[in-house]
Write a protein that binds this ligand. Structure first.
Ligand SMILES: *[C@@H]1O[C@H](CO)[C@@H](O)[C@H](O)[C@H]1NC(C)=O
Ligand SMILES: *[C@@H]1O[C@H](CO)[C@@H](O)[C@H](O)[C@H]1NC(C)=O
Ligand SMILES: *[C@@H]1O[C@H](CO)[C@@H](O)[C@H](O)[C@H]1NC(C)=O
Length: 478
């Protein structure tokens, strides 16, 4: 049984005020559903709480925008955390440490991305201009030097975290757009032996190197962190050369863990690379679907999503003793937003496309096989819905002039005028309206409409609920 009680009624008022303000500022289309968060904040208080150091990794180019999402929500319940960045500064009273000061001078001279670092050191934020922050050229943010610098933070970050809290049993590493369900993190870690070397994460490969995806968050036990720190320090030149040639720091760290013989523990679906709006709620990986499990993280979370999930967690802690699962979050936050017809909304349907362009790519045989309903699917929103209804398993659809997309995967999606996510796999399937591309929001909207077949949504929920028949322990990956 978990103990739960208010940490401090004193600051509760302030928290409430911040939360209300926060929810008010949430951008247009993602409006909070429930009433405000109750006046007294609740935090989980299991024994392990004091043994975990949360390490938040960020960079100067994004910190001002994204860190406050954490300050106002999840971090208010975390007793000990530290923020590592490429610049030493205070943001809303929180210290961010420069973790790159440990990188060798030779590397700093050789790798071009360190120009940004030097600018930050000499001029502070005054050294940042638009091009530095957002990159230039067609690939945009992938050329962002802040992103390129990021890979150099991982190894120093592990060592610094260990020095910061040598007695911590666990180090939980997250990014500035990773939402962490703290109550689920502490519950999950209590199931592992922290005296053993553990590396828990969402599996990912680059080439043959298996590693924990950084944005999904990953966790090292103290013995694992200690091995990484010692091994890195004694092979620094070797890993500098390795890092120079690679682009992802989470992968570099994965390589070191492999070199010290610590295997990655595949913690999917607890750790998630998608956000509330882009996740396929029945995504299947390593034979597991999230529905019955407890999420520890979501990635690519924006301010409004932070607000919604935080509010959900606060209400949950008041009403339940078991930790929340994916299905609880779906029912509380996603389901009430699904509609037969949602204007100015891109549902990220990534299934079959009906459009002149798509038809042109079909073989003659396939063209002839198209049904009447499919032929006219692109002509209107209602025709698009009919195409979805006439297709087994289709649960959602989106229509833009001349284009209909239908899908059997359920995703909430985003307001049509919002920017497509940069590094998300879903990005390639996000409809960018012309207006959004031009940065002109006045004409945008109205273009994409989405809808769900609500009777199939009910079936979907029932079917998935019925799959959660096992005892609670079955739905922890340990
Ligand atoms: C945890 O692991 C350590 C080191 O392997 C071992 O000595 C200890 O007995 C384990 N504790 C439990 C409760 O299994
Ligand atoms: C639903 O989202 C997909 C992916 O972005 C999009 O292609 C499709 O057009 C959307 N559906 C409609 C009807 O706009
Ligand atoms: C969820 O995914 C599993 C595995 O792909 C599949 O067997 C099942 O039918 C899906 N359930 C629903 C309701 O879509």
């Amino acid at each position: 049984m978990r103990l739960r009680r208010p940490r401090s009624a004193l600051i509760a008022g302030a928290i409430l005020a911040i939360t209300l303000l926060y929810l008010h500022q949430s951008s247009g289309s993602w409006t909070p559903l429930a009433s405000a968060v109750p006046a007294v904040r609740l935090c989980p208080e299991p024994p392990l709480l004091e043994d975990i150091l949360v390490v938040l990794r960020t960079g100067a180019t994004e910190a001002l925008e994204k860190l406050p999402n954490h300050f106002d929500t999840t971090l208010t319940c975390v007793p000990d955390y530290v923020i590592y960045s490429d610049a030493e500064e205070y943001i809303k009273g929180h210290h961010t440490y420069d973790v790159l000061n440990e990188v060798n001078e030779a590397v700093k001279r050789e790798a071009p991305e360190f120009k940004l670092y030097e600018q930050l050191r000499t001029n502070g934020r005054a050294g940042l201009n638009y091009e530095i922050i957002f990159g230039s050229g067609p690939t945009g943010a992938l050329e962002n030097p802040g992103w390129k610098l990021d890979k150099w933070k991982f190894l120093p970050m592990v060592r610094r975290a260990l020095l910061h809290r040598p007695t911590a049993k666990w180090f939980v590493f997250v990014e500035s757009d990773t939402y962490m369900l703290w109550q689920n993190v502490v519950e999950y870690l209590s199931k592992f032996n922290s005296s053993e070397a553990h590396y828990l994460g969402k599996h990912m490969y680059i080439g043959s190197v298996l590693f924990a995806h950084g944005g999904s968050g990953f966790i090292l036990s103290n013995p694992a962190a200690a091995k990484v720190a010692a091994h890195w320090k004694s092979h620094e030149d070797e890993y500098d050369r390795y890092t120079l040639g690679e682009w992802a720091g989470d992968m570099v760290l994965g390589k070191v863990l492999k070199d010290v013989n610590i295997d990655l523990f595949w913690a999917f679906p607890h750790l998630q690379g998608d956000s509330l709006t882009t996740i396929d709620w029945n995504v299947s990986k390593v034979d597991r679907q999230p529905w019955c499990y407890a999420p520890l993280t979501f990635h690519h979370m924006n301010k409004a999503e932070f607000g919604s999930l935080w509010e959900f967690e606060q209400l949950w802690l008041r009403r339940n003793t078991a930790v929340p699962k994916f299905r609880d979050i779906f029912k509380a936050i996603i389901l009430p937003r699904l509609r037969p017809d949602l204007g100015e909304w891109d549902n990220i349907s990534g299934g079959i496309e009906y459009s002149d362009e798509a038809t042109a790519k079909l073989s003659d045989e396939k063209k002839r096989a198209l049904s009447m309903v499919e032929r006219k699917a692109q002509t209107s929103f209602d025709s698009c819905r009919e195409a979805c209804e006439s297709t087994a398993l289709c649960i959602q659809f989106s229509h833009a002039p001349g284009k209909c997309l239908i899908s059997s995967e359920l995703r909430l999606g985003n307001a049509a005028d919002s920017q497509c996510l940069e590094y998300s796999r879903a990005a390639g399937r996000c409809i960018k309206t012309t207006a959004a591309n031009n940065g002109d929001s006045s004409v945008s909207s109205a273009v994409v409409r989405s809808g769900w077949i609500m009777s199939r949504v009910s079936q979907y929920v029932d079917e998935l609920d019925q799959s959660c028949t096992g005892p609670e322990e079955d739905y922890w990956v340990t």
